[in-house]
Design a protein around this ligand. Sequence first.
Ligand SMILES: Cc1cc2nc3c(=O)[nH]c(=O)nc-3n(C[C@H](O)[C@H](O)[C@H](O)COP(=O)(O)O)c2cc1C
Length: 390
Amino acid sequence: MADTKISDSVIYIGADDHDIDLFESQYVVPNGVSYNSYVIIDEKIAVMDTADPRVTDVWFDNLEKALGGRKPDYLVVQHMEPDHAGNIKKLAEKYPEMKIVGNAKTFPMMKQFFTIDGLDDRSVVVKEGDTLSLGNHTLQFVMAPMVHWPEVMVTYEQSEKLLFSADGFGKFGALDVEEDWACEARRYYFNIVGKYGAQVQALLKKASALDIKMILPLHGPILKEDLGYYLGLYNTWSSYQPESKGVFVAYASIHGNTAKAAEKLGEMLKEKGAEKVVISDLSRSDMAENIEDAFRYDRIVLMASSYDGGVFPVMEDFLMHLKSKNYQNRKIGLVENGSWAPTAARVMKGYVENFKNVTIAEPVVTIRSTLNEASEKALGELAEVMAKGE
Ligand SMILES: Cc1cc2nc3c(=O)[nH]c(=O)nc-3n(C[C@H](O)[C@H](O)[C@H](O)COP(=O)(O)O)c2cc1C
């Protein structure tokens, strides 16, 4: 179980979810997910976000235990996405005296999700740098628009130096499962926040001015030590720099011949000294993990069968995901396969050419049904170019 002890006055009240089939209806979460929420007990009491309706009962139980018979004075809403905002209305109805703290973008969105009686009179609208005193604790609000919704803000608690980081620094995986942080945090980051690198960079810049002792995200473990490691990874990821040297070979193959060529290319890359080679069958692997690996390594080779005058759809799906996540700054190799009029490379090139700051490696290889002497030679030439990083 991850350590959720923060301090005597800041209490974790979130809940794990191991039953969800797909997070946000698209991400497999083999180790579940946690919906984190926190309470700050002081002269005034603040609840820091609610939790997904899937864990309403556990969350209310945890809240009541933490409150010890007292009533919350404030609910701070850092993010309106339903996995955190889903219990706002219930909480507001249970504690009609409680004020709701958000920014100018929070409340119009809140009204789209819920009808809360007297909301305008209960709203406390904060902006960048505003503070809210709870007694010994002081909350300082830091706007983080598009990390990853427009109303997102994070909150710095000055006395204990805590950064409530909303979805930033979040991770798939429930807290009762021990696992490496980076792997599932990277998959979470690129798939959920990946498009908004510039906005994350802006937030990191603001965070660098704060003395942070702990990061308290809305998913995944509370980060207590070695914060430079996590901040460093976020800086790499949000600036679209590769994290590792290596080649990600992503293939889409109908009958298996492009798959065989991918294995062959993998061997060639290793022979020619590539630091790391990761091969993935796009038809049979987790899309989110493929996105993660595409961003992790500095080079990628896309290999696909031609299909109806275009490219095999699983490759097109992958390319659309890369486009939507702002894929950039990489060296890219292309291999197509076709039995009569190969068209896959043209379509792949059409996507790739529009990515920012990419180099398309030469040669672009065409396989006609199966590898032959000429196409194997071309594959070897591509391996030579791709085996080396910039
Ligand atoms: C539905 C379908 C559509 C295809 N469309 C094309 C095409 O437009 N042009 C082409 O040259 N080959 C086309 N092919 C053939 C495959 O691209 C070709 O056989 C290729 O070698 C398959 O590689 P694979 O064994 O890796 O799947 C198509 C195959 C199928 C099943």
